[in-house]
Design a binder for this molecule. Structure first.
Ligand code: FMN
Length: 201
């Protein structure tokens, strides 16, 4: 069905959390982003390894300022995006049973938004009462049971703090080599479907 011309576009923030450019999670994220754009979403993609994001210092500056981080780097505008967007796809491989350092630094810096939600009891989302949704893309080199558990726990607690409803994940074990996903029978198609589904209202 065609989308009416006056319908505001859903804004999708796609976050690439791997330091290996053009690798497995990058490729999957690109598919998902392409699908969301075809469905009419307005997409912004950010690549964490290209950005200046210091780790959280636990200085409690964000408590003193009422939810504004005192470190002046790229997290200042990422915080705004995380408050303003409607849909989120976060892509990150498993590194030592968690997410890579670049991704964890970004997540930890969201302590400033945690302060807004849990201490100030204010909404994190800038879009009023409209539901915000997010999903997860991950790959791992190994195939052992529970390989995604650490990352999933981190991702879910991060989304909860940001008032984002977690809608599901595409998790692909046994994908160690560069571009393994290109040789997988369904990975890229599954990523495309994930991108379509996240922007269906
Ligand atoms: C520092 C580092 C730690 C890793 N830790 C794990 C791990 O704990 N478990 C696992 O199954 N794979 C692990 N891997 C393998 C990656 O998850 C795998 O190579 C993946 O394909 C990388 O995804 P990318 O191409 O999107 O960067 C690790 C890789 C690196 C470089």
């Amino acid at each position: 069905m065609p989308i009416p011309a006056n319908t505001p576009k859903l804004k999708l923030l796609a976050i690439a959390g791997s330091p290996r450019r053009g690798g497995n999670t990058d490729s999957l994220l690109n598919e998902a982003v392409a699908a969301a754009a075809v469905k009419g979403a307005s997409v912004k993609q950010i690549i964490l390894s290209d950005l200046d994001i210091a780790p959280c210092r636990h200085c409690d500056g964000c408590i003193q300022t009422g939810g504004i981080c005192v470190i002046d780097d790229d997290m200042q505008w990422i915080h705004q995006d995380l408050r303003e967007y409607d849909r989120f796809i976060f892509a990150a491989p498993v590194f030592f049973m968690g997410v890579p350092a670049q991704a964890k630094a970004m997540i930890d810096r969201c302590q400033a938004l945690w302060v807004i939600k849990y201490l100030l009891k204010q909404p994190v989302a800038a879009n009023g009462s409209a539901e915000r949704r997010g999903c997860f893309i991950s790959v791992s080199g190994g195939s052992h049971k529970n390989v995604f558990e650490g990352s999933l726990a981190t991702l879910k607690s991060w989304y909860l703090s940001l008032d984002i409803n977690y809608t599901g994940a595409l998790l692909l074990p046994g994908m160690d080599a560069y571009q393994s996903v290109a040789r997988h029978p369904t990975a890229l198609k599954d990523a495309y479907s994930l991108g379509q589904n996240i922007v269906i209202s």
